[in-house]
Design a protein around this ligand. Structure first.
Ligand code: ZN
Length: 319
């Protein structure tokens, strides 16, 4: 059986590209979670690639580091344009859905430290940026992250302006990692669907990175999506997990809120411990088969990729 068209809403593989001289994105690596041959094996037609700036660069080196990482990302695509396609619009999204030979990559930023003004946001938009996780766990000039437990802070004035501008340009607003106050501030002003690219359900595993039920409802009411994170810590709070834990979170979401709001958000190359059956991106078909057995092919196809395509189709610019 041909692999189900899969969209993965989050990975940190650009960190590996930057930091590991033995890693090659274009060949199958023994280490790491993701490379082009394994994306192809896994049926991944669209992979969101996040630029994650490590804390040691923040705040003052965040901009140069982000630019370096964006350069490395574009170099990957430009060195194999027949295999990789930069997805920046609804038009390109449609093409990649039909392509058998190309893998689509969507550029995301995890933590908005490099975005200091509307003009700098526009520069990144021109570099192809189409999804921004406003914060990592810390506070930045846009908002408080989930790690700022004692401050109670939400979106800043600049953060509000940036969210409004992201809506207009066609850049997705990613609420994963936000503090609860920031989340609700974003939910109030964001006109586009809310995207939690790599978070799970708090009621299944009470980790602060997971979403409370009322947050899930707000995301679903906005027409948004929740990408299931494969970190064992977010699945069951321990280092050890299995595909059953992933299925528990998916089951909780689809039973409570239906089949349109769940997608993949593996966090590959950003997490230390994965479910034993889902050790890398090539294993997505194992999950797809389980979902087909449980929910039937139409719903499984939605969860594996169609839901992400629907949301991006509402968010991205037309061409
Ligand atoms: Zn993350």
């Amino acid at each position: 059986m041909e692999a189900v068209f899969t969209v993965d809403g989050h990975c940190d593989t650009m960190l590996r590209v930057m930091n590991d001289p033995d890693y090659n994105f274009f060949s199958e690596n023994k280490k790491g979670h993701l490379d082009l041959p394994r994306l192809q094996k896994g049926g991944v037609g669209l992979q969101v690639m996040a630029l994650f700036v490590e804390s040691k660069f923040k705040p003052f080196q965040a901009l140069p580091r982000t630019l370096e990482m964006a350069g490395a990302f574009h170099r990957l695509i430009d060195s194999k344009p027949e295999k990789l396609s930069l997805i920046t619009s609804r038009e390109k999204l449609k093409k990649i859905r039909k392509s058998r030979d190309e893998t689509g990559l969507l550029l995301a930023l995890e933590g908005g430290e490099a975005i200091c003004s509307l003009e700098s946001l526009y520069s990144f938009f021109k570099l192809g940026l189409r999804l921004v996780t406003l914060t990592w766990n810390q506070r930045n000039q846009l908002a408080d992250g989930v790690g700022e437990t004692c401050t109670g802070g939400g979106l800043t004035r600049l953060g509000r302006e940036i969210v409004v501008e992201m809506n207009q340009l066609g850049i997705g607003v990613d609420v994963s990692h936000l503090s609860e106050k920031s989340f609700w501030d974003v939910a109030q002003i964001c006109e586009n669907p809310l995207i939690a690219s790599h978070s799970n359900a708090f009621s299944v595993c009470n980790h602060p990175r997971n979403l409370k039920d009322d947050q899930i409802t707000a995301i679903v009411e906005s027409g948004g999506i929740i990408g299931i994170n494969f970190s064992s810590y977010f699945l069951n709070g321990t280092k050890g997990s299995s595909i059953e834990d992933v299925l528990k979170h998916i089951d909780y979401l689809v039973r409570g809120w239906g089949f349109d709001c769940v997608g993949m958000g593996s966090d590959f190359d950003g997490i230390g411990f994965t479910p034993v059956e889902l050790k890398d991106v090539a294993q997505f078909p194992v999950l797809a088969r389980e979902l087909i057995t449980r929910y039937g092919e139409t719903n499984a196809v939605k969860i594996m990729g169609e839901n992400w395509l629907m949301v991006l189709d509402k968010v991205l610019p037309s061409s």
